[in-house]
Design a binder for this molecule. Structure first.
Ligand code: FAD
Length: 397
C-alpha cells in the first residue's frame, strides 16, 4: 500500500485547473496556487475542440460546458478577404462527432473551478521559489506561505517563474502580430450565421468570428502585423478605430460587424521553439509554461487540457509503484512530440491565414487539405494514448 500523492499546481489558469480536475477525478490529492486575488478571465473567446471536450466529458463536465458553450458547426468556412469562399472548416472528428464549442474564457474557467472543492484553490499565492530533495518538494510564495508536495506542476503560463528550475532561460519569441479581440452581441447582427466559425484571409493579416456563450455573443479576432511588441495580456485595451481601419475594404460582412464594435482588447502574439526539457525530478511544466503556441489552430488550452489528462493517468500509476521521477519523465516523453508538432503546425497555419504565399492557389490547396490536420488533432484520445504508452513492466502490480 503506497501513500497518497499530493500534487501542488502553480497557476490557476485553464491548464492548472483542468489538470487539478483530472488529478482529482483519478483520486489524487491536489492543491492549486494562483497569484491573482481571484480567478478571472476577461472578455474573449476560445475554442474547445473534440480532443479536450472528450476528456472533460469523461470528468463529468459535459452538461456544464454544454450550458455555457456555443455549438460551432454549419456554415463554417474560409474566405479570401473579398468574401470568396476558399473551403469548409472541419467541425467534427472522424466519427462525425461535433464536439466543438466556442466558449467565453470566463465561462470555461468558472466551469473548471466549480468542479473543484473551494479548499483546493488558494488565490493570492504568488510563487517565488522552488526546491526539492529526495522525498519531496517545496514551493514558496510571496505571502510567506510554504507548500510541501510530492509533485509540483508549473502551470504558470508563458512567462513561467518555475521554468528556470527545469531549463536555461529563454525569452518567448514575438511573432510580429497584434490580435485585436472582443465581443459583439449576436442580436446586433441578426443576419450573422449563428453557428459558424468564419475566417477571412488577407494580405499579411486575417480576421475570424465564432459564437460564444450559448450563441448570445460573437467573438471576433483581427490579426494585424506590427513591429511594436504588444504586451501578452488579455486585458490591454485596444483601439477600435485602428482595428476598423486595418480591415477597411474587406468583405462587407467584416466591415459591417466592425461597425458594431464599441471597444476591444489586444494581445501581442508570442510563442517559443519547443523546449529541450519539461521535467526536473519532481517538477514538471504544463500548458503554456511548457509549450506556448500561436493561436492559429486554437489548440493552446486544448493541449494544456490533454497535458493534464496524461499527467493524471501517469501519476495514478505511482499507486502501483512507479516512482514520481519516472512518471514525470514518461509524461514528458509522451507529450513533447505531440505539442511540438502542434506548435509548428500553428506557425504554418498562421502563414496560410496571412496569405504569406507567392502563389495563393497553393495556399488555397493547403487550406482545402487542412481537414486532415484537424482530424489528427480532434481524433486524438489522450487517455487511450497514455494508457497504451505506459509500459509498466517491472512496476509492482
Ligand atoms: P495561462 O492561461 O496563462 O494561466 C497561467 C496562470 O498562472 C494565470 O492564472 C497566472 O495568473 C498564474 N501565474 C503566473 N505566474 C504565477 C506565479 N508566479 N504564481 C502563481 N500563479 C501564477 N487556446 C485554445 O485552446 N483555443 C483557442 O481558441 C485559443 N485562442 C487563442 C486566441 C488568442 C488571441 C491567443 C493569444 C491565445 C489563444 N489560445 C487558445 C491559447 C490559450 O489562451 C493558452 O494556451 C492557455 O490560456 C494556456 O493556459 P495555461 O493555464 O497554460 O496558462
Amino acid at each position: 500500500m503506497t501513500r497518497q500523492l499530493h500534487v501542488a499546481i502553480v497557476g490557476g489558469g485553464m491548464g492548472g485547473l483542468a489538470a487539478a480536475a483530472s488529478l482529482r477525478h483519478r483520486g489524487i490529492r491536489v492543491s492549486v496556487y494562483e497569484q491573482s486575488a481571484e480567478l478571472r478571465e476577461v472578455g474573449a473567446g476560445i475554442f474547445i475542440y473534440p480532443n479536450s471536450l472528450r476528456q472533460m466529458e469523461r470528468m463529468g463536465l459535459g452538461e456544464a460546458l454544454a450550458r455555457v458553450g456555443a455549438k460551432v458547426g454549419s456554415g463554417s468556412e474560409y474566405y479570401r478577404m473579398d468574401g470568396s469562399v476558399v473551403g469548409k472548416i472541419l467541425t467534427t472528428d472522424s466519427s462525425g462527432w461535433n464536439g466543438m464549442y466556442g466558449m467565453h474564457r470566463a465561462d470555461i474557467l468558472k466551469t473548471l473551478a466549480d468542479s473543484l472543492p473551494a479548499s483546493v484553490i488558494h488565490t493570492g499565492h504568488k510563487c517565488v521559489d522552488f526546491a526539492q530533495h529526495e522525498s519531496g518538494a517545496r514551493v514558496s510564495f510571496e505571502n510567506g506561505h510554504v507548500a510541501h508536495a510530492d509533485v509540483v506542476i508549473a502551470a504558470d503560463g508563458i512567462n513561467s517563474v518555475l521554468q528556470k528550475y527545469v531549463v536555461g532561460p529563454s525569452a518567448p519569441e514575438y511573432a510580429g502580430f497584434r490580435a485585436y479581440r472582443g465581443l459583439v452581441a449576436a442580436d446586433k447582427v441578426p443576419e450573422w450565421r449563428r453557428e459558424a466559425h468564419q475566417v477571412w484571409m488577407g494580405d499579411g493579416k486575417h480576421f475570424m468570428v465564432f459564437p460564444v456563450r450559448s450563441g448570445e455573443l460573437l467573438n471576433y479576432v483581427g490579426f494585424v502585423p506590427t513591429a511594436n511588441q504588444t504586451i501578452e495580456s488579455w486585458s490591454a485595451v485596444g483601439d477600435r478605430d485602428e482595428l476598423a481601419a486595418s480591415f477597411a475594404g474587406w468583405d462587407p460582412r467584416v466591415t459591417c460587424l466592425l461597425d458594431k464594435v464599441e471597444s476591444c482588447f489586444w494581445w501581442g502574439l508570442f510563442d517559443r521553439r519547443p523546449l529541450g526539457k519539461w521535467v526536473n525530478g519532481r517538477l514538471a511544466l504544463l500548458g503554456d509554461a511548457a509549450h506556448p503556441m500561436l493561436p492559429h489552430l486554437g489548440q493552446g488550452a486544448n493541449q494544456a487540457i490533454e497535458d493534464g489528462t496524461a499527467l493524471a493517468v501517469i501519476l495514478q500509476a505511482c499507486e502501483r509503484g512507479l516512482s514520481v521521477q519516472d512518471a514525470l519523465t514518461r509524461y514528458e516523453a509522451l507529450r513533447r512530440p505531440r505539442t511540438s508538432m502542434v506548435q509548428s503546425e500553428a506557425r504554418k497555419n498562421g502563414m496560410r491565414y496571412d496569405s504569406q504565399y507567392a502563389d495563393l492557389a497553393q495556399r488555397d490547396k493547403e487550406i482545402a487539405n487542412s481537414a486532415q490536420l484537424r482530424r489528427s488533432l480532434y481524433d486524438y484520445d489522450i487517455e487511450k494514448e497514455t494508457l497504451q504508452f505506459l509500459n509498466l513492466d517491472g512496476v509492482a502490480a
